[in-house]
Write a protein that binds this ligand. Structure first.
Ligand code: NAP
Length: 313
């Protein structure tokens, strides 16, 4: 029986592990991937984490993991398949939850969901190959590397348009490639976009292949109406076709919004007593390493507050 089980070993989960060990909680962190770190392990450079400009994403993830290991955090491999409430708990008794995984079950009084989110992928040739070498899913993270360069954004929603606007401040030229002839993004964003001279919208077009040598240097795009194909010279592409929280398995135990994000404030408390959420799977404005690690710290404080005065079975 654990005081706390953290599900997920990205920045939010690892930060929670550090705070939990320092708080003396009997904790376990369950990780699905063989390598800890979450989304940043695929990020070539993280340039906006305070105090470590330009750190390689994988290296930063390893530092986070080493920190948790140094404090004696316990890890288990497994994919969580469900959470079952064994005892509901009360003002004086802590609840008991069973965490079911593909490699065994565990019992705990509290849970922090830190399973993050994943960017939707195009699933086209070159995409996987050039991740971190010109293919990016996060303009806020990687935009600054395109100073004076030519880049493309694929998508037509709020994120794609915001990304194009953001990138236009660094890049010499930004192509916004969208599969239809109208954008899904909010009108106010569209108005701003259409007023920016170094952004060119390529309508009715899909990216069929990402091409390059060591790094991305061109895209094969197709006009969906006349099926004409052409190559576009670019230094990179930002894929902004949606992001999905990895929360499907928790939908029956905590309340999520219409997009699947778990509803909770900064304290991470969900509608289910004893279950907390931290990081990118929480409904919030900014999903970055710095906000994920802050969530990890906040939720452990909430877990401590929650357990005060409650007997544990
Ligand atoms: P989104 O609104 O779902 O837009 C995804 C875009 O990608 C759509 O334009 C879609 O095209 C396109 N797309 C999807 N699959 C594609 C594919 N396989 N190939 C090419 N294009 C594809 O996603 P989002 O922009 O990431 O936004 C997510 C949510 O966050 C939205 O609810 C958004 O409103 C919200 N958000 C709000 C703000 C804000 O309020 N300031 C800022 C950011 C995000 P179609 O249009 O043809 O479907």
């Amino acid at each position: 029986m654990y005081d706390l089980i953290i599900i997920g070993s990205g920045p939010a989960g690892l930060s929670a592990a550090v705070y939990a060990k320092r708080a003396g909680l009997n904790m376990l962190i369950i990780e699905k991937n063989p390598v800890s770190g979450g989304q940043i392990i695929d990020t070539y450079e993280v340039d906006n984490y305070l105090g470590i400009p330009g750190v390689n994403g994988f290296d930063l993830a390893m530092k986070f993991r080493e920190h948790a290991d140094k404090l004696g955090a316990e890890f288990a491999d497994g994919t969580v398949t469900g959470i079952e409430c064994v005892e509901k708990g009360s003002d004086t008794m802590a609840p008991v939850y069973k965490i079911k995984t593909d490699s065994g079950d565990y019992e705990t009084h509290t849970v922090i969901l830190a399973t993050g989110a994943h960017y939707s992928k195009l699933g086209i040739p070159g995409e996987e190959e050039y991740i971190g070498k010109g293919v990016s899913y996060c303009a806020t993270c990687d935009g600054a590397f395109y100073r004076g360069k030519v880049t493309a954004v694929n998508g037509g929603g709020d994120v794609a348009v915001e990304d194009a606007i953001f990138l236009s401040r660094f890049a010499e030229k930004v192509y916004l490639i969208h599969r239809r002839d109208e954008l899904r993004a909010a009108k106010i964003l569209q108005d701003e976009l259409f007023g920016i001279k170094n952004i060119e919208v390529i309508w009715d077009s899909v990216v069929k292949e990402i091409r390059g040598e060591d790094k991305v240097n061109r895209l094969l795009i197709e006009n969906v109406n006349n099926k004409e194909e052409k190559e576009l010279s670019v230094d990179g592409i930002f894929v902004a076709i949606g992001i999905h929280p990895s929360t499907d398995v928790f939908a029956d135990i905590v309340k999520c919004d219409e997009n699947g994000y778990v509803i909770a404030g900064e304290d991470g408390a969900t509608n289910t007593p004893g279950i907390f959420v931290a990081g990118d799977s929480r409904k919030k404005r900014l999903r970055q390493v710095v906000t994920a690690v802050a969530d990890g710290a906040n939720t452990v404080t909430s877990v401590q507050d929650f357990l005060v005065g409650k007997a544990k079975s």
